[in-house]
Write a protein that binds this ligand. Structure first.
Ligand code: PLP
Length: 231
């Protein structure tokens, strides 16, 4: 049997512990979200068997395809969400990381009301204002938080970012520091109905640094499943 995935997970978990220790944090306060995009259910199951039951996908269609093939999973949507696709995942995911407009938040709220559930969401922030990335700018976050706080059946849990791709993770430390600061600032404003406790940041290349700077969810794909093959 192929034990690569199991060994990879052990390595990632050891790294998480090390980064948490360095920052004086409890490793149990950090969720390792296994990013399973492009990975077949059979291989994903190997990670699930190691105890990773929270999975992140960046496409609605992939969650739909895998939903019935894997049991006992908490699915997270981590990629861009079009308003017309909210209806497909509203009762399938536990957290939407990628809310980047009031229009989208309103659509999530509308469908959540219809289904009589409360949807947890994060606002995606494009810290480095990269053209190629989704997410709102740092300045747009607070006004968006205030509007979202008025919507029924959505619970804003925190912020998410996809940091730039870098060879040296240290280069992303300022990005993670800005996210943490923004998070603390907004929590300090005591906006009605808002208590944020979730910071989703850090991927295979930089999750250690992200944890040192306060990440509570790290999204790791390659570090667990190996290089992705796009067909
Ligand atoms: C693919 C993806 C990840 C995981 O990336 P790796 O570098 O493979 O760990 C994390 N977050 C998002 C939003 C992604 O699309």
């Amino acid at each position: 049997m192929d034990t690569t995935i199991a060994r990879n997970i052990e390595t990632v978990q050891a790294n998480i512990k090390q980064a948490a220790d360095k920052a004086g944090r409890n490793p149990e306060d950090i969720l390792l979200l296994a990013v399973s995009k492009t990975i077949d259910p059979d291989r994903i199951q190997l990670a699930v068997d190691c105890g990773l039951t929270e999975l992140g996908e960046n496409k609605v269609q992939e969650i739909m395809d895998k939903y019935d093939k894997l049991q006992g999973i908490k699915w997270h949507l981590i990629g861009h969400l079009q308003t017309n696709k909210v209806k497909y995942i509203i009762d399938k995911v536990c957290l939407i990381h990628s809310v980047d407009s009031l229009k989208l938040a309103k659509e999530i709220s509308r469908h959540a009301v219809k289904k009589n559930l409360t949807m947890d969401i994060l606002i995606e922030v494009n810290v480095a204002s990269e053209e190629s990335k989704f997410g709102v700018s740092m300045e747009e976050v607070e006004p968006l938080v205030r509007e979202i706080s008025k919507l029924p059946n959505v619970c804003l849990k925190g912020l998410m970012t996809v940091a730039p791709y870098v060879e040296n993770a240290e280069l992303n430390r300022p990005v993670f520091q800005k996210m943490k600061q923004l998070f603390v600032d907004i929590n300090g404003k005591s906006i009605d109905n808002i208590t944020m406790d979730t910071l989703s940041m850090g991927m295979t290349g930089d999750y250690g640094v992200a944890i040192e700077e306060g990440a509570t969810i790290v999204r790791v794909g390659t570090g667990i499943f190996g290089e992705r093959v796009y067909l």
